[in-house]
Design a protein around this ligand. Sequence first.
Ligand code: PGA
Length: 339
Amino acid sequence: MMRAAAAATTMKTTTPSYSYLTARKTMTQNGTPARTIKNHQMDNNNNDRRRRRRQRILHIVSEGTGRFIVGGNWKCNGNRESVKALVDALNKNIANIEKNCDIYCCPTFLHLNYVKENLDTRFKVCAQNSWVEADLVDPEHHYDSTTGAFTGEISAEMLEDLQVPFVLLGHSERRTLLGDTDEIVGKKVAHARYHGLSVVVCVGETLEERENGTTFDVIFKQLKAVAKEIDDREHSSWGSSVVIAYEPIWAIGTGKVATPEQVQEVHSKIRSWLAENVSEDVAKATRIQYGGSVHASNCADLAKLSDIDGFLVGGASLNGDDFAAICNASSVHYKAVGR
Ligand code: PGA
């Protein structure tokens, strides 16, 4: 890892001089090793690093396409005692949770490693953010520049090093309170994917936007900013490694859950947008979660919807029993869609 003092001056010159796109296409389309990019100047270390990363991406890709997926967003909650209690409660519930569901939990950065070490491996850990420079100019798309002299930030490289498989990006609290623009979210997604992380991207409208009829303009603009950044480089792995969480801002933490009709309408339009603007395959494979006041008592009605592929849960994820009940809505979903 680069030392902070040297990083700012060296990072722009230490990026490898080859095309990541070429490397990925070579692996994903032909299954051929990196020898087909022999015309590019790579040293052996970079080669090994690349190969390990690609293997990890392929592993994540084959893990769960089409499976119901439930995430617990712990937000800025917890201390050592309460995090331990929640981990214990989740572990106690593991025997009651259906095996047909992918699950991830998002503790704070401070608690991430503890949770990773102590939570049953059925629950994947997910970071709540990873950073990129707002004015990152990176025409070669190497995205190798976020570790170094950036006080207070956490890089995707560090998450990769800690073997954190997921990162949550573009949550509305970050967009509205911490200045994450659509463009920054797009760059963060591309950067995290470049480092082999699966990504959960949150999109959603405010109450005002819903009421003035601009819900789809807002959501499509958010999606476009992501597609612009990852379409070329990560196209073939978008579907299974990028989860979209539709979270209407007016439903988050308010107890006011969107109706099944509202959720179904938005989810199916997101899928159509993906089909038209990315590809049919990606539209079919992308899992779309709903988030916003999901609780054990309302999850079953929502889970029956054909275009819902899971939930992103805030408040209710802080209770092990409730979170387990929400994960088990996966069975309701499979039954409703005849799977
Ligand atoms: P909530 O939060 O379930 O407490 O509404 C959801 C979220 O913000 O991800």
